[in-house]
Design a protein around this ligand. Structure first.
Ligand SMILES: NC(=O)c1ccc[n+]([C@@H]2O[C@H](COP(=O)([O-])OP(=O)(O)OC[C@H]3O[C@@H](n4cnc5c(N)ncnc54)[C@H](O)[C@@H]3O)[C@@H](O)[C@H]2O)c1
Length: 351
């Protein structure tokens, strides 16, 4: 069992995490007028009975379900959820539990931090990606007109409970999506996590890396809670390009596959700028090509997808990217020109 106390709430990870959550309910359930579980249609099928099976002290609950998929991170669904909360009798003393992947925790975080100016929230991530990334760090968000996470808040939760067994029912493609974020954490920390990512043979072994990956993300966000002094922005590694790909390809591509392509292309840019060693670049590219096929980007104008990115510098044609400096060396925020982006994209397409 691993426990962390962070500025955005306590985190508990491991096989007994749901038992710890049950103990939490035995002490705290009495404080809540209503407990509402937000989930999606797939998670309802795969995880709900396991969840209830472990919790003897949760008491009466209401369940609100959204459609599975990124489309649920929308303004319209958010407003429908606010009304669904009212329909289910929620008030200021209610507790919202987000049980699901990053989509559910992102919209649940925003819902809980805005409903009646904020109610208590618990996060139970059920995908690898949400366990090692989306559920950690207090960020939430929804997409507006295709632009990722344009509306969101920083919010803390009463707890994040990570039960790795939930990923047993995830589709292989979705598990690999989470692995892309683990690679990013390994790249930044350069600790044993980086080598374990390079050496991983089968996704069935990925659970062993979860605790380390969570630790890396916590270390980074604890140094820069609100992305103000530079450290946290390093977690955007690969994501400026990834979000552009998702914008252009209309979310037909998985987040992890877009992140893998983003890490590849942005590392090419870092290499071109003399920030990254050729050997480290190659190691990363071999690792990415081992798990993902190259996306077809040849005719895509990534710049179009970056127009609304929050990292774009104002009044300029340059973009701000977090560029990798090598394992354990972190990243550096750098201005990148359109020409540099196009050149790196061409190499991804041609290699
Ligand atoms: N807030 C943050 O800091 C942060 C960080 C990274 C990513 N994100 C966001 O996270 C989202 C991606 O998260 P995701 O990959 O978890 O996507 P997701 O929530 O859409 O889950 C992927 C799919 O798996 C299904 N699923 C979830 N758990 C399952 C289980 N245990 N068994 C079977 N199916 C299951 C879901 O229904 C969905 O179809 C994106 O919207 C991204 O922007 C947020």
């Amino acid at each position: 069992m691993s426990n962390w106390n962070t500025f955005f709430g306590p985190i508990t990870a491991g096989e007994s995490s749901l038992k710890f959550l049950d103990i939490w309910f035995s002490k705290n359930r009495i404080n809540y007028s209503k407990v509402i579980i937000l989930t999606d249609s797939n998670v309802y099928q795969s995880c709900m009975s396991i969840f209830f099976g472990e919790l003897n002290n949760i008491g009466e609950t209401a369940v609100i379900e959204v459609e599975a998929g990124e489309e649920s991170k929308s303004l319209q669904i958010l407003s429908e959820l606010q009304l669904a909360m009212l329909d289910n009798g929620a008030d200021r003393n209610s507790l919202l539990i987000s049980l699901g992947g990053g989509v559910v925790s992102d919209i649940g975080g925003l819902l809980s931090s805005t409903f009646m100016r904020g109610i208590d929230h618990l996060i139970i991530p059920t995908t690898l990606l949400a366990m090692v990334d989306a559920a950690i760090g207090g960020k939430n968000g929804i997409n507006i007109k295709g632009f990722k996470n344009l509306l969101g808040t920083f919010s803390s939760s009463k707890g994040v409970y990570i039960y790795p067994e939930f990923i047993n029912t995830q589709a292989d493609g979705d598990i690999i999506s989470g692995f892309a974020e683990m690679i990013k954490h390994g790249m930044l920390s350069g600790s044993s996590l980086w080598n374990e990512c390079l050496e991983l043979r089968s996704m069935s072994d990925v659970k062993k890396l979860i605790t380390k990956a969570i630790g890396v993300k916590i270390d980074i966000v604890q140094k820069d809670h609100f992305e103000k002094n530079g450290e946290r922005v390093f977690l955007n590694l690969g994501h400026t390009i990834a979000h552009a790909i998702e914008y252009i390809q209309g979310h037909n591509v998985s987040h992890g596959n877009a992140v893998a392509a983003g890490l590849f292309i942005e590392s090419e840019i870092a290499f071109d700028k003399g920030l990254l060693d050729k050997r480290d670049l190659k190691k990363l590219q071999v690792l990415i090509d081992k798990w993902w096929s190259r996306l077809k980007l040849a005719n895509d104008d990534l710049l179009e997808g970056m127009f609304g990115d929050k990292k774009k510098s104002s009044n300029s044609k340059d973009y701000h990217f977090s560029l990798w400096l090598g394992p354990g060396k972190g990243a550096r925020l750098e201005k990148v020109s359109e020409k540099e982006i196009k050149k790196a994209q061409e190499r991804y397409d041609k290699d």
